[in-house]
Design a protein around this ligand. Structure first.
Ligand code: C5P
Length: 255
């Protein structure tokens, strides 16, 4: 059996992959199945957590005991994660969020009889994981007073004079532990360490993509990078193993 080391903790997990609409019937998507996020949700429930699962286009049954919020696009996923994350202890971003979306969503289906196709212009999606880290830094500068950056008041994402009171209120205190995922094909550790720092998260689960691993497969193998700590290797096995390795690292950070 699993330890009840997340008892009473509020955990938000994003899973699946976003779809970015081109027109009413077409979208730009990705191959994420949601299996890793759902394994995280099941194991967190088993360890006693109150789980909100933000599921983007996942064709899997709802995990027992979790609250499931269904979304499609990155913008919907952002709204759901920020709202559920405002009073959460932990946010885990396991979803594959599209980096770009079509700048314009056509109201009518694009027809081949329209003539030569127009190029699809893309625009950047918000980086939700980075935003969670920024909000946390901005909300609790004193909690990080050991950091010379925070003392200087120049932390990226710190409140600025242009922030309205609504902005300040909306920041809340945010989750205490933020976990990101990264799928890398090469220079896995170096790219992962850079991403951990850039996104301001506590843990970054780095998957090596390929060899029947990661996308759409029940098995995974990962390296969990730890801010200010040694990386933890999770050997190839069920996605529950990666999930439990994450919770093993998260639980002590909440006490
Ligand atoms: O930068 P990259 O896409 O590799 O980072 C992956 C991590 O960042 C994942 O945890 C993913 O959920 C998150 N992400 C995000 N918003 C984006 C893109 C990625 O939160 N727009």
């Amino acid at each position: 059996g699993r330890p009840l080391d997340l008892a009473g903790r509020r955990v938000v997990i994003s899973a699946g992959g976003t779809r970015e609409a081109i027109d009413p019937v077409r979208y730009i998507g990705n191959r994420s199945s949601g299996l890793q996020g759902y394994a995280l949700a099941r194991t967190a429930v088993a360890r006693g957590a109150q789980v909100t699962l933000v599921a983007a286009n996942v064709a899997l049954p709802d995990p027992a005991g979790a609250t499931v919020v269904r979304v499609e696009s990155a913008e919907e996923l952002r709204a759901a994660v920020l709202s559920a994350g405002a009073d959460a202890d932990v946010v885990v971003m396991a979803a594959a969020v599209a980096d770009f979306r079509p700048a314009v969503r056509q109201d009518l289906k694009i027809k081949k009889t329209d003539g030569e196709p127009e190029p699809i212009r893309l625009t950047k999606n918000p980086d939700i994981l980075a935003e969670l880290g920024e909000r946390r830094r901005a909300a609790a500068p004193m909690a990080r007073s050991a950091s010379p950056v925070a003392v200087a008041g120049s932390a990226p994402g710190a409140l600025t004079s242009s922030d309205t009171p609504e902005d300040v209120l909306a920041q809340g205190s945010g989750p205490r532990v933020i976990v990101g995922f990264a799928a890398e094909t090469h220079d896995v550790l170096a790219n992962g360490q850079a991403k951990l720092a850039r996104k301001g998260c506590d843990l970054l689960v780095v998957n090596q993509v390929g060899e029947n691993l990661a996308f759409g497969t029940p098995d995974n193998a990962a390296t969990v990078l730890v801010a200010g700590g040694e990386p933890v290797e999770v050997p190839r096995g069920p996605k529950e193993d990666v999930a439990d390795a994450v919770w093993d690292l998260v639980a002590p950070r909440l006490t």
